[in-house]
Ligand binder design. Structure first.
Ligand SMILES: Cc1cc2nc3c(=O)[nH]c(=O)nc-3n(C[C@H](O)[C@H](O)[C@H](O)COP(=O)(O)OP(=O)(O)OC[C@H]3O[C@@H](n4cnc5c(N)ncnc54)[C@H](O)[C@@H]3O)c2cc1C
Length: 468
């Protein structure tokens, strides 16, 4: 496999000197985890922390962090913005527990970085959920009201002046802050987690794709030059899950695209964006942006390219056309940085689920094959929680997270390909047309509004009253 175009984060964190070998020959393990991203690595680490004698193998088709985990915005967020969806899925009491567990996961990541000496540049500057156009105003209100109804208060209202000041751009009209939100350098975090897993005795094989999964018991993972036989297999393959027949209707692979500036610490100082806040607007094709420890801005936009089945081409690594579009959006949101250049761009896959909340379960009902996927663009923090769920399932926990309502739940389904591929393109075109008009204060067409109404919620819920 030729190395894909790498992100800013991996350009900084990955030297190549720490590559683990490709699997050659046959291996036996208690647990074989497919996928060396945040979910697979947290699952491996949590298994070893809970039961040091357990024998764990991770196989990764590229390098650990070569997928979404080494390419994302590094926002470490909770599930509070998705509370309404959680309530629908698991009921109010458990929804609050899961959202609280997702907030706790942020602290757990900070603590794990301290414990294991991972310098992931963790910074808790809060998450600003903002409106950058008139129609986005108050997008958070239904969620904030639902939180109040359920007796929790994860968000704080900020004045419009405070939002403009903290974002460093008066294009931001109003918003709320979720103080628990943090940022990390995802490249240092994921490469650090791989190191920790190795130190705990996990065997990692990089450059080793699973080409076939024999689902009988014990399961056998076949790779180009070897095989792993394991009592339990955990699939932690993110958007590639769309190519697994049992998960095809549950996961759609779409792109998210990022650009970044060179270090501009003096300009950040000048515009006042110095508190380490990570920021989103309230578009469906969400914009998300943060500053970095070396004074850059990393700016992303969700939901453009769509894969047919699990087949993700080179456009999932980089697209000049989409990078140009994202750059234009950066210029619109930060007109005061019009002269700042963009020097890097990259893309990555998002594992969109029907609800925007990930799914965990037993593949095709099989006791010995587990999966977790569907983080829908919010997985940096929740993958830690997902690791706890999957580790608990492997170890046979009979209560707690391993038996929560997200495990073997009923999240609904996407239509099969090629219908969904065509349908998703049509809907996406409608969303883009609608949001382009709204960005310049114009009325979108009825058709684009109708099509946008068909899109599932992404990283943040769609505007509208949540049903509790
Ligand atoms: C551009 C972008 C920006 C994002 N921004 C944010 C953000 O700011 N905050 C946030 O919370 N989330 C964000 N996300 C989402 C977040 O990155 C993911 O949800 C999270 O990293 C999920 O981790 P994972 O382990 O499930 O997936 P991955 O990191 O993709 O790990 C899965 C791994 O499985 C491997 N694999 C797949 N198939 C096989 C196979 N057959 N054999 C062997 N290995 C295989 C892949 O190579 C990959 O390394 C973003 C995603 C992208 C792409």
């Amino acid at each position: 496999m030729t190395a894909p175009h790498r992100s800013l984060w991996l350009a900084q964190a990955y030297t190549g000197s720490t590559d683990q070998p490709e699997l050659r020959g046959s291996e036996r393990a208690d647990v074989a985890i497919v996928g060396g991203g945040f979910l697979g690595l947290w699952t491996a680490i949590l298994l070893k922390e809970r039961q040091p004698s357990i024998d764990v193998v991770v196989i990764e088709r590229d390098i650990c962090g070569g997928g979404a985990s080494g390419r994302n915005g590094g926002f470490v967020l909770s599930w509070w913005p998705k509370l309404a969806t959680l309530v629908k899925l698991v009921g109010a009491r458990e929804a609050v527990e899961l959202a609280q567990a997702s907030e706790d996961a942020i602290t757990e990541i900070e603590q794990a970085c301290d414990t294991y000496g991972i310098d992931a540049q963790f910074r808790r500057g809060g998450w600003l959920w903002t409106a950058a156009t008139d129609v986005q105003r108050g997008s958070w209100t239904p969620t904030v009201e639902l939180c109040e109804q359920l007796g929790v208060q994860p968000f704080e209202q900020l004045s419009p002046a405070e939002i403009a000041r903290r974002t460093g751009s008066a294009v931001h009209l109003e918003g709320v802050i979720e103080p628990s939100g943090a940022t990390v350098h995802p490249g240092y975090l994921v490469r650090g987690l791989a190191r920790v897993a190795l130190q705990l005795g996990v065997r990692i094989y990089e450059h080793t794709p699973m080409v076939e999964l024999d689902r009988r018991e014990p399961a056998v993972i076949r790779t180009p030059h070897g095989a792993v036989t394991a009592d339990t297999v955990v699939l932690a393959i993110n958007a590639h899950a769309a190519g697994v027949r049992e998960l095809h209707r549950k996961i759609v692979a779409i792109t998210s695209d990022m650009v970044s500036t060179p270090p501009i610490p003096e300009r950040l100082e000048e515009i006042g964006w110095t508190g380490g806040e990570c920021i989103s607007d309230s578009q469906l094709q969400i914009h998300y942006y943060r500053t970095t420890a070396d004074g850059r801005i990393a700016f992303g936009k969700g939901g453009w390219g769509i894969a047919l089945g699990g087949r993700m081409g080179a456009g999932f690594d980089r697209s000049a056309r989409r990078a140009a579009d994202v750059t234009l959006d950066f210029r619109r949101l930060y007109p005061n940085l019009a002269d700042v250049t963009i020097d890097q761009d990259w893309s990555g896959p998002i594992d969109r689920s029907p609800t925007g909340i990930p799914l965990f379960g037993n593949l095709g009902g099989r006791r010995h094959i587990l999966y977790g996927a569907g983080f829908s663009g919010n997985g940096v923090g929740p993958a830690r929680l997902g690791g706890r769920i999957l580790a608990g399932m492997v170890l046979g926990d009979r209560d707690g997270l391993a038996t929560c309502g997200l495990v073997n739940g009923k999240p609904g389904s996407f239509p099969p390909d090629p219908i969904r591929y065509v349908g998703a393109h049509v809907v996406r075109t409608g969303v883009a047309a609608k949001e382009a008009k709204e960005a310049v204060g114009q009325q979108p067409s009825r058709v684009s509004e109708f099509l946008a109404g068909l899109a599932p919620g992404g990283m943040i819920p769609k505007k509208g009253k949540p049903k509790s």
